[in-house]
Design a protein around this ligand. Structure first.
Ligand SMILES: [Mn+2]
Length: 613
């Protein structure tokens, strides 16, 4: 609008062109140009999450660490879980009136995480000029077009617009043709409307003609081309004779350039004949060009552009986008509304999802997609897995009995008093993981921390242990398929992928009555997860002994030195209660031994088992 001459007053007209006609009629009130740039939301949540198939320590330490962060004034931490609850977790959370953490089946980056949502658009009634201005202002190569109800109609790209305005020498008539309405022409020209004829909002086919010739030759060309006067828009300077002749002919409109004054008699004649009269602030050449850009965008709209779903995974989309020439993808909701735009550069942006891993540090045990997002902290008490990060992170790893022990120690060291519920939750994780300090993984620090927590809780450690360990048999409560997956961890040792699930029971009766079903479920699990072998460690909390059910590579199983109770399948493991401290090191040593014998698992197991990952 810069440099627009304020001549309305001089003519005593109240009408102020441009603004009043709604120069840019963006729907949804998006008239303020907004920057199409990406900012990581300040409030993007950071999920505190335990391992897949969470146990009580994973759930309780996630809840307690998120609470610890909140007490420290960091409110964007959200406790989460990747897997279902079980009877023990339900009993603990019920006792301390705490809901389950947020369920996250995966954290795979999706279109929604990186798409741009502050979208500008133009309406279906927009002119090409408005679309060109949109491209100019926002630097987009694609213009989303919405209808009056805000529903997505299609797109117009910069190259489509460029093509529409390329001169077509073979068809000179088409180069002067414009399909629009008189109001759009006035709007595009920032014109002063002196008089508007009938139906100024009707979209019609018009032809631009410049009144540059002598009055004796004027109109001869139009006649030769067979363009009716009623479809002609005459662009002219301060040439009264041409203006009068045009009115006589009954042209649709006359546009007087350079804001040259119009004589009263011409104005009267135009009114009488119903010829529209506009004053353009621009010179003749610019005016003629701008009238063509006043053409409606509608015929150019691509009504079937490439669209994608906000839930689509970025990892899958990246390959597709790499070979695509589309300038951007439109993200549509189920009901056809435009939710966002995704360009190639958006796909390369950092994903805002961040994780704090508690009670694990190996990606094989982490929520799916953890390798595609930022891991900002790890709080754990397991052996170090082959994990690396792009940035330095806070990594607390202590060889204590539970992750809850470490989190409780953080409360204590920062002089933060846990609520009764939080103290109870942390006691639960500690008691559950250490079998009330009886497990070989338990340390003096666990004893110390448990006593400290007890002083803040409304239940004794002993009473809580009873509640936890009598919370119901996992084997009785669930199907065999679920039992083998309920506390299931995958390991990769000596190039061999295997799993060990653990079930804690009061006695082995429930195990023996379901041994056949569990055996079948374990065979399925091994197949599904492509494992060299799969084991279930069934621990009797009363006697602190375990049984191990194993399915898999026969040569490996033959090396197990524990007593077979059932041929090549069930072993007696007296005194073994810890998966990580006792069983995993033992199984790993067998794999190493096998490898040293030249019976290399990387060769043998791989060749024998079709299920190797
Ligand atoms: Mn743990």
């Amino acid at each position: 609008m810069d440099g627009y001459p304020k001549l309305a007053i001089a003519f005593g007209k109240k009408k102020k062109p441009g603004h009043e006609t709604g120069l840019f009629s963006f729907p949804r009130g998006l008239t303020t140009p907004s920057v199409h740039s990406y900012r990581m939301p300040a409030t993007a949540p950071i999920y505190v999450i335990g391992h897949k198939n969470p146990d009580a320590d994973s759930i309780c330490s996630a809840l307690a660490y998120a609470a610890f962060k909140e007490l420290r004034g960091e409110t964007t931490y959200i406790a989460a879980r990747c897997g279902n609850s079980n009877a023990r977790i339900d009993a603990i959370l019920g006792r301390f009136h705490t809901p389950l953490p947020l369920y996250l089946p995966d954290v795979c980056p999706r279109v929604r995480d990186v798409m741009v949502t502050n979208i500008n658009s133009v309406s279906t009634n927009a002119t090409c000029a408005e679309a060109l201005d949109f491209i100019d202002r926002h630097g987009h190569r694609i213009v989303p077009v919405l209808d009056d109800a805000g529903k997505f109609v299609g797109t117009v790209t910069a190259s489509q617009l460029a093509h529409a305005f390329l001169p077509q020498i073979a068809e000179p008539k088409r180069m002067r043709q414009v399909t629009t309405d008189l109001k759009s022409i006035a709007r595009t020209l920032h014109a002063l409307v002196v008089h508007l004829g009938a139906e100024p909002a009707r979209v019609e086919e018009l032809y631009v003609r410049i009144g540059a010739m002598d009055i004796s030759s004027f109109w001869k060309l139009s006649q030769a081309e067979g363009i009716p006067a009623g479809q002609s828009v005459i662009v002219v300077g301060d040439r009264r004779n041409i203006q009068e002749k045009s009115i006589d002919l009954g042209v649709r409109a006359i546009v007087v350039c350079g804001m040259q004054p119009i004589e009263e008699s011409v104005l009267d004649a135009a009114r009488a004949r119903g010829v529209s009269l506009l004053m353009s602030p621009y010179d003749t050449a610019t005016t003629a060009w701008l009238i063509r850009t006043a053409g409606r965008l509608s015929p150019l709209i691509d009504r079937k552009p490439t669209t994608i779903n906000a839930e689509a995974r970025l990892s899958e989309l990246r390959k597709k986008i790499a070979t695509s020439t589309a300038p951007a993808y439109l993200v549509l909701s189920e009901d056809g509304h435009l939710e966002g735009i995704l360009t190639k550069s958006d796909v390369l942006k950092p994903v805002p999802t961040r994780l704090v891993l508690v009670d694990h540090n190996e990606l094989t045990q982490a929520v799916p997609g953890a390798d595609e997002v930022t891991i900002s902290e790890i709080i754990d008490h397991h052996r170090l897995g082959p994990m690396s990060t792009a940035q330095p992170i806070l990594f607390i790893n202590e060889p204590v009995g539970s992750t809850c022990t470490i989190v409780a120690d953080l409360f204590r060291r920062h002089n933060l008093k846990p609520t009764r519920e939080l103290a109870g939750l942390m006691m639960s994780g500690l008691i559950s993981d250490t079998l009330l300090l009886q497990s070989p993984t338990s340390t003096a620090k666990d004893t110390d921390i448990l006593a400290w927590l007890e002083s803040h809780a409304d239940i004794s450690a002993k009473a809580l242990a009873e509640l936890i360990f009598s919370s119901g048999s996992v084997i009785l409560a669930q199907s065999a398929e679920k039992v083998v997956r309920s506390d299931f961890k995958v390991y990769d040792e000596e190039g061999v992928r295997f799993s060990v699930s653990q079930v804690e029971e009061l006695g082995f009766d429930n195990f023996w009555s379901h041994a056949d079903d569990l055996s079948a479920a374990l065979t399925e699990l091994r197949k599904d997860e492509k494992l060299a072998f799969a084991a279930v460690l069934v621990t009797d909390i009363n006697t602190q002994n375990s049984l191990m059910l194993m399915k898999g590579d026969a040569d490996f199983i033959r090396r197990i030195s524990y007593t077979h109770i059932e041929q090549d399948e069930i072993f007696d493991l007296p005194g073994v209660v810890s998966r990580k401290k006792q069983l995993i090191p033992y199984l790993t040593s067998l794999l190493k031994e096998m490898s040293a014998d030249g019976d290399s698992p990387s060769g043998r197991v791989r060749s024998i088992s079709p299920f190797r990952g």
